[in-house]
Design a protein around this ligand. Structure first.
Ligand code: GLN
Length: 491
């Protein structure tokens, strides 16, 4: 294994023992990027010059024995919807192609304040709408395990970069599964925190009642380390919760013996691929072998979550994206025409097909005609789904489900069929609607493609799902598997 394939906790140990320095690690990551990036297309832009400069600074601090940040000298990538002052932030959209924000997302600032080296901006579906990253206006990234297939979405670039060793870890955002689905498809570990736990200040909103920022990494331990830095009350985000900070590595080593974990029947129905089901049942057996008591239960409202999610997400997206009029957030073109004609031209040119679809759907849903029939109903379903989870959590302390019904699907396969694209999120959206924390963990392979196990927890019980994930990863090696190297020209 090369340095770029290591985890944060492994590198921290090597740094502490002075076995290797940040510049050497960064050089290994950059070598890998040069080797595979033309194939994966995981990045929208790289910032290698400043990265090397930061690595040299970290190196000097290490050598001088100065106090180190928690992520001193660790390369990290960020999705292109997280603002950084003075750096382009495009959401993989033509609409924001020239946008340079004046502010920095709190989540990013929290990592760089601890010495993280930002490698660049990763590829994503335009405005994070999608499940395959094929809606990126920049390029379609590929799954490192099979270049014929998508890495999942919306944060496919972050997941592909972590899997391929093009970064040590990454940030992503998850509205309905955009961290968990690509984590599952690419064989990495991805955590969506409880709604409100991580500040979203500086994140370009997709659906503000659902959006969360979270880590994609090589294992649960790294997710815990990153979450420690990402959390904390932020007065700049009105949805940020006032909670005492906690150490998410604290409970990692707790035993699973005698702990009750729920297996909701509805997540193992006809939609679930048979081979994926077999892999998951093997994971369930492993958890039992670790001492957990598996309790079958029912979450009957699960089937209503997907339509409710897409109604709410589209409604919120249509209102959030109203601000992108072609004048603000980018250089105003000379206005030689009537204003409405200008807006129409700018928005027609600036947005891709999925974004337009959601704006139109969302606008209709919020119209007088659609509001009662769709929006209010979806909100009622949302409340009921949350209540159902709540009662399940009186019996069990976590739930395990598949992350997705299938393994990574082929490029192009779902692009023309929005419903089949949306159906990829069948198992991730319920936890999003309820604002619950959920993690996707690699749990095996089908035909050489990774399968993800989703662990959903009670609100703010990230420590519990990280504990279960970590104990599972101590017993299994799936998270240590790395994809075959796709060389330039082979895809
Ligand atoms: N695929 C879902 C959607 O398109 C979720 C994407 C996300 O979480 N950003 O809305």
């Amino acid at each position: 294994m090369e340095l770029c394939d290591l985890t944060i906790h492994e590198l921290k140990r090597l740094y502490a023992q002075k076995e290797v320095g940040p510049s050497t690690v960064l050089a290994a990551v950059v070598r890998r990027i040069k080797e595979v990036e033309a194939g994966t297309g995981a990045y929208i832009d790289l910032e290698l010059e400043s990265a090397f400069e930061q690595a040299r600074t970290a190196e000097a601090r290490l050598k001088a024995g100065k106090p180190l940040g928690e992520l001193e000298g660790i390369p990290v990538a960020v999705t292109d919807n997280l603002c950084r002052a003075g750096k382009k932030t495009t959401c993989a959209s033509r609409m924001l192609a020239e946008f340079v924000p004046p502010n920095t997302a709190t989540a990013v600032r929290n990592l760089t304040a601890q010495g993280a080296i930002i490698l660049g901006r990763t590829n994503m579906d335009e405005f994070a709408m999608g499940s395959s990253t094929e809606y990126s206006a920049v390029r379609k990234p590929k799954n490192p395990w099979d270049p014929q297939r998508t890495p999942g979405g919306a944060c496919g670039g972050s997941a592909a970069a972590v899997a391929a060793g093009e970064t040590i870890a990454a940030l992503g955002t998850d509205t309905g599964g955009a961290i968990r689905l690509p984590a599952a498809f690419c064989g990495v570990t991805g955590l969506k925190p409880t709604y409100g736990l991580v500040s979203r200040y500086g994140l370009v909103a997709l659906a503000a009642s659902l959006d969360q920022i979270g880590p994609l990494a090589k294992d649960a331990q790294d997710c815990a380390l990153l979450l420690n830095l990402l959390t904390g009350y932020d007065p700049l985000d009105s949805t940020s919760v006032r909670k005492e900070r906690m150490d998410y590595t604290r409970d990692l080593e707790q035993t699973l013996s005698g702990r009750k974990i729920g297996l909701p029947r509805e997540y193992f129905g006809a939609e679930l691929d048979e081979a994926v089901r077999r892999v998951l049942m093997e994971a369930v057996a492993q958890l039992e072998a670790l001492g957990a008591e598996i309790v079958e239960l029912s979450l009957e409202l699960t089937k209503y979550a997907l339509p409710a999610y897409y109604i709410i997400a589209a409604a919120e997206a249509s209102s959030n994206l109203a601000r992108f009029d072609g004048i603000r957030y980018r250089q105003a073109a000379p206005v030689g025409e009537e204003l409405n004609a200008y807006y129409t031209r700018a928005r027609t040119k600036g947005f891709g097909p999925e974004v337009k679809r959601r704006i139109m759907l969302g606008t209709y849903i919020l119209s007088a005609e659609g509001y009662k029939t769709y929006y209010q109903k979806a909100q009622q379903v949302r409340t009921l789904v949350s209540q159902e989870f709540k009662s399940a959590f009186q019996e069990v302390e976590a739930l395990i489900t598949p992350t997705a019904p299938t393994t990574a699907f082929k490029m192009g396969e779902r692009l023309e069929d929005p419903l089949s694209m949306y159906s990829s999120d069948l198992y991730t959206v319920p936890a999003s609607l309820a604002g619950l924390p959920a993690i996707s963990v690699p749990c095996g392979f089908v035909g050489g493609l990774p399968v993800g196990l989703q662990i959903i927890g009670r609100p703010f019980a990230e420590n519990t799902i990280l504990n279960i994930a970590h104990q599972y990863q101590k017993r299994t090696d799936y998270h240590k598997a790395r994809p075959p190297r796709q060389k330039e020209g082979t895809v």
